[in-house]
Write a new protein. Structure first.
Length: 229
């Protein structure tokens, strides 16, 4: 059973937050990236099984054909067979057993080939498609949200740097600055962008919690559906 993924993720609030706390060191793509990598691992595992069962299927098909060649070598009645005991356990019966056993091996291989092709491989193919679909969901959802959070953090960081520059030049300008350069105005802009950033962070956090909960269920589904599961 796959190890469960922790769903304990913190939320943030812009209220009372200092500029120093605006852009945390945490990489928002870490969790989404880890889940994407985990899906890749499952996709490769299922792919390996697909390749394995595909080769096994072909081997059983070839074995059936080879045993058919074997059967042909003893398919004709035994020449001058009337010289041998025809009762059970005799020479004639021995060859009948060979034919029956060889035919049984042919049938077993054909049935195994048919079972793998008709039952096992379709399950693996469906799992492969489900994993790819799940990866697309993750990319368009949680991973996309992580990129949006990173984008907003970069914007906030740029305006924090701008605030530092405008604050440093405020005294030298003698207080004569236009509105766009006024540190107070820039500070309000920083807080506005920080509020948007925190909202996106919390939405992304909630998305990740939902994704992780669903992910555990999805992994259990993969394990249950795998051949022999």
């Amino acid at each position: 059973m796959a190890s469960p993924v922790s769903t304990s993720l913190p939320s943030r609030t812009a209220t009372g937050m200092s500029i120093e706390d605006a852009v945390p060191d945490l990489d928002p793509t870490t969790t989404a990236g880890l889940l994407a990598e985990r899906l890749q691992a499952w996709k490769h595992a299922v792919g390996y099984l697909e390749d394995y069962m595909g080769v096994v299927e072909k081997i059983h098909g070839r074995h059936a054909k080879e045993y058919e060649k074997v059967l042909k070598t003893i398919s004709n009645p035994l020449r001058e067979g009337h010289h041998f005991d025809q009762s059970l356990g005799g020479i004639a019966g021995f060859f009948e057993n060979l034919r029956a056993n060889t035919q049984a091996m042919i049938n077993t291989n054909l049935e195994t080939e048919k079972s793998i092709k008709g039952s096992v491989i379709p399950i693996l193919e469906r799992l492969h498609k489900e994993i790819k679909h799940k990866a697309k969901e993750l990319d368009s959802g949680a991973y996309s949200g992580a990129k949006e959070v990173e984008k907003l953090r970069n914007i906030t960081q740029k305006h924090i740097e701008l605030l530092g520059q405008q604050t440093a030049s405020f005294d030298s300008a003698g207080g004569r600055l236009n509105g766009a350069e006024d540190p107070y105005v820039v500070h309000r802009g920083v807080m506005h962008r920080l509020s948007n950033q925190v909202l996106a962070e919390n939405n992304h956090t909630n998305d990740l919690i939902s994704v992780q909960n669903n992910f555990e269920t999805f992994e259990a589904h993969i394990i249950e559906r795998r051949p022999g599961g």
